[in-house]
Design a protein around this ligand. Sequence first.
Ligand code: UDP
Ligand code: MG
Length: 214
Amino acid sequence: LIAYCRVSHSSRKRRMFQSRPPHHIALSIVIPCYNEEACLEELYRRVKASAVAVAPDSHEIVLVNDGSKDRTWPMMQSLALTDPKLLVVNLSRNHGHQLALTAGLDLCAGERALIIDADLQDPPELLADMMAQMDADGSDVVYGVRRKREGETLFKKASASLFYRLLSKLTDVEIPVDTGDFRLMSRRALNALLALPEQARFIRGMVAWIGFKQ
Ligand code: UDP
Ligand code: MG
């Protein structure tokens, strides 16, 4: 991480160097972003509205810029100036989706964390239902599952379908099919995930592996 910014919260800076942050925020929403200038503003608006709906006073949004080559980082900084509950993080270069997400999860402080991609292929408005599901049955991971994949090519759909089915043949770990990283996790599940030292990370598989009620 070479830079990060948040208005009026210096304690966060210290926390970057601790192994686990203190957890006094009800909900974190963590979003890795690579060249997302086109949807960043809509993303922020919709994610913010969803967060305010479920945890008006106790949420944070963590946007991780993964070495974008477009205006993603300056746009993030401008947004952060308007919202003290927005934490923006700038990685030193493009590290890839899984490491960008890991950096965000490592920094987030919520009792629960929602993971969502920046491209709005998964609707942040489902957050309220996912929170309710977690409240209702005490699960540690609530997945958002895609019924259909919109705006993707036939090749992407077919290769994704093949990937998940091949993967399930290769491993004993039951990895839910047709889920992206869109999921709500409890702090204890998140801590279990963050304790795994793997550098080549496949977060979907690792979350399935940790156990708990999913
Ligand atoms: N992403 C990232 N670093 C990368 C590539 C992607 O942080 O090198 C982010 C991207 O901005 C998005 C998420 O990871 O929020 C998923 O990326 P994408 O939508 O391209 O992946 P797919 O939908 O094909 O799984
Ligand atoms: Mg996508």
